[in-house]
Design a protein around this ligand. Structure first.
Ligand code: PBG
Length: 326
């Protein structure tokens, strides 16, 4: 046999470019944002480097910037005032609530940005859980789904493009799809957090929202990190229930699940580089331990290589800026 020399294909930048299998482009990115009541507010989050809570007016400017950078979509998370939180999270249904106002304002000012809104009760409940809690401290499935369906309809009415249920209650994609279709919102898409793990990487996000669970954990509804086949069942179910896009979350510790999701389904696959993954890179970079920009690029490209068609990342803007200079 001839001596095959793989290094020939790595000989020059030109050849390396020709044989490159995967690329990261700004149109792969979705930028998550935290919105808070206020005027011209841009508030630092203590344990979340370079991420802020914005008021709606500044969020409109952010949406315009994303468009200029070639980032197609923005994912919205509301920071709800503690005085508006209650046991059942009914502020989630307020047609003029913070998130509903955000959707209609941003969509009104920057119509061609794609807006994705989170459907779960944790920003709204005093317990910080994604569903309604019973007297016994259980998370009630069907009662929660009823509420989530109503919540989704208020977002649809406000003009949302894509609804993203992140609550992990059983059957919610089907119920939301049916309700949207019956109410004249068949054009609204569903990006399902289908394979969402009970991860320890959500810390900075919960800090941003003030939604650390007041008791227990989320293991009764989110997936055990030890399991891959269980995630495949969730992905399959959400496709059958009518999801348009399936998500795996977190991303980097679950590349095998992203790969398996891509093999399993012909729907587009999204991955969420969550707050803890992002902050680890930022923290190490701030200490001078790693080159933050390069590590960020490498991890995002790895997530694409595993099979993600799109990536939620708090680094979206800076990454798009870097991509423009390449
Ligand atoms: C809430 C939700 C969470 C995230 C997105 N939606 C947190 C949780 O499930 O506790 C995490 C995102 C991140 O950490 O960046 N349903």
């Amino acid at each position: 046999m001839i001596f095959y020399r793989p290094r020939r294909n790595r000989k020059s930048q030109a050849i390396r470019d020709l044989v490159q299998e995967n690329v990261l482009v700004s149109t792969d990115l979705i930028a998550p944002y935290f919105v808070k009541e206020g005027v011209r507010l841009q508030e630092k989050i203590e344990k979340f480097p370079n991420v802020y809570r914005f008021s709606i007016d500044l969020l409109v400017e952010e949406a315009r910037e994303l468009k200029t950078l070639g980032i197609p979509a923005m994912a919205l998370f509301p920071v709800i005032a503690p005085s508006l939180k209650c046991e059942t999270g009914k502020e989630a249904l307020n047609p003029n609530g913070l998130i509903q106002q955000t959707i209609s304002t941003v969509k009104g000012e920057v119509p061609d940005i794609c807006l994705i809104s989170d459907i779960a009760l944790d920003p709204y409940t005093t317990a910080g859980h994604d569903g309604i809690v019973s007297d016994k401290g259980e998370i009630l499935n069907d009662e929660s789904v009823n509420q989530l369906v109503k919540m989704a309809l208020t977002h649809a009415k406000a003009g949302i493009d894509i609804i993203a249920p992140s609550d992990m209650m059983d059957g919610r994609v089907k119920m939301i799809r049916q309700a949207l279709d019956q109410s004249g919102y068949s054009h609204v898409g569903i990006l399902s957090y289908a394979a969402k793990y009970a991860s320890n990487f959500y810390g900075p996000f919960r800090d941003a929202l003030g939604s650390v669970p007041s008791f227990g954990d989320k293991k009764g509804y989110q997936i055990n990190p030890a399991n891959r086949r269980e995630a495949l069942r969730e992905l399959y179910l959400d496709e059958m229930e009518g999801a348009d896009i399936l998500m795996v979350k977190p991303a980097l510790p679950y590349l095998d699940v992203i790969y398996a999701a891509k093999e399993l389904s012909n729907l587009p696959i999204a991955a969420y580089q969550v707050s803890g993954e992002y902050s680890m890179i930022k923290g190490a970079a701030q200490n001078g331990w790693i080159d933050g920009e390069k590590v960020m690029m490498e991890t995002l490209l790895s997530i694409k290589r595993a099979g993600a068609d799109m990536i939620f990342t708090y680094a979206a803007k800076e990454v798009a800026e870097t991509l423009m200079t390449l």
